[in-house]
Write a protein that binds this ligand. Sequence first.
Ligand code: FAD
Ligand code: UDP
Length: 388
Amino acid sequence: MNADLVVVGSGFFGLTVAERCAADLGLRVLVLERRDHLGGNAYSEPDPETGIEVHRYGAHLFHTSNERVWEYANRFTAFTSYRHRVFSTYKGRVYPMPINLGTICAYFGRVMSPDEARALIAEQSGEIAAPRNLEEKAISLIGRPLYEAFIRGYTAKQWQTDPRELPAEIITRLPVRYTFDDRYFDDVHEGLPVDGYTAWLERMADHPDIEVRLETDFFDVRDSLGGVPVVYTGPLDRYFGYAAGELGWRTLDFEREVVPTGDFQGTPVMNYADEDVPYTRIHEFRHFHPERDHHPADRSVIVREYSRFAGAGDEPYYPINTPGDREKLSRYRDLARRESGVLFGGRLGTYKYLDMHMAIASALTMVDNRLRPHFTAGAPLTGGGKDE
Ligand code: FAD
Ligand code: UDP
């Protein structure tokens, strides 16, 4: 294919760029993907033994309040009415998560009204005035006892970094509610793709002017691409040959098991807050799709999730973002700004934790603000830009 644009990576960011550029701007787009399948980390597949859909790179729950993203996603898939709920096991008892009035009443062993619970938490969180890190932020939101029960051990297992070294934003992803609302997400729209993530992602790529080339690493073929503009969604530090050092990532190990029961834990996700339980959570994938009737009655697929620092050869999943990482990042951003003909996007390309709806939104913005002006009016294409 004689491409007008090369997209490196076929995750939600790369496929959104490819789809818009082909369908809306009339461009021929070549998507290079290192793995043997498209879709990036949202990829899912039927477990070979049970047929239950498993998300290979960790459970993915779609939610958004962005109307443009919701409308766009619905062009490629319908969504089920799934609403995500999570429970947490701590010292042999089960509590709803994120922390809500149900969690607070259960933990302190008495009935409290919303006002009583607020007063109690205010008393327990009063010690922190201006939170500077995850630990301080968590204590300021929920007080020390709940922090020590539900956050400290889990976060230690998940990040293997002192919570005082972690940015406060990580914990603000979790809402705290003084009602019995135990939904995990606050967003207006939520659901799972009716026929799975892979079907959704494949439909995005299904355009005569999009070619997805699998098992092709950009760095092996870049010299043969000529001067074609590139949207790069691979790791930012790798693009620059790690010139400013390696950015820190956390990876996950997934231990999949087919268990001889039709229901292992009665819910899709059980978190384990105790530090001496080595995994952070167990997913039971059949519960993501209670509407499906082909699941076996006597077997189920569970996945235990373990977290650790990513080493060479590991999948980079979550940016750690220590102060040292942020310093390296600013050097890479300077390099990216000076790189001509290449735009950087997505989770790996910007070293930002992006949910799927954020990756899609940011790709749509890149098309609007950078690619359309370039291809329709000749605006220059350089790597930086505040929207990416
Ligand atoms: P990716 O999906 O990572 O895609 C990047 C692609 O680039 C990959 O396929 C990679 O193989 C390819 N690539 C990299 N380097 C090269 C190269 N040199 N050459 C060719 N190809 C290359 N979001 C939610 O909204 N809800 C969730 O519940 C949720 N859960 C998550 C759970 C986990 C464990 C993880 C890691 C993420 C989760 N996310 C979730 C985030 C979601 O995965 C991302 O928003 C989404 O994957 C971002 O898409 P992307 O295109 O930026 O990156
Ligand atoms: N968290 C926690 N206990 C829990 C769930 C989450 O301490 O039971 C903390 C943890 O630090 C985590 C952060 O809250 O990194 C954000 O949680 P979220 O579920 O958004 O993280 P993800 O599952 O996407 O890694």
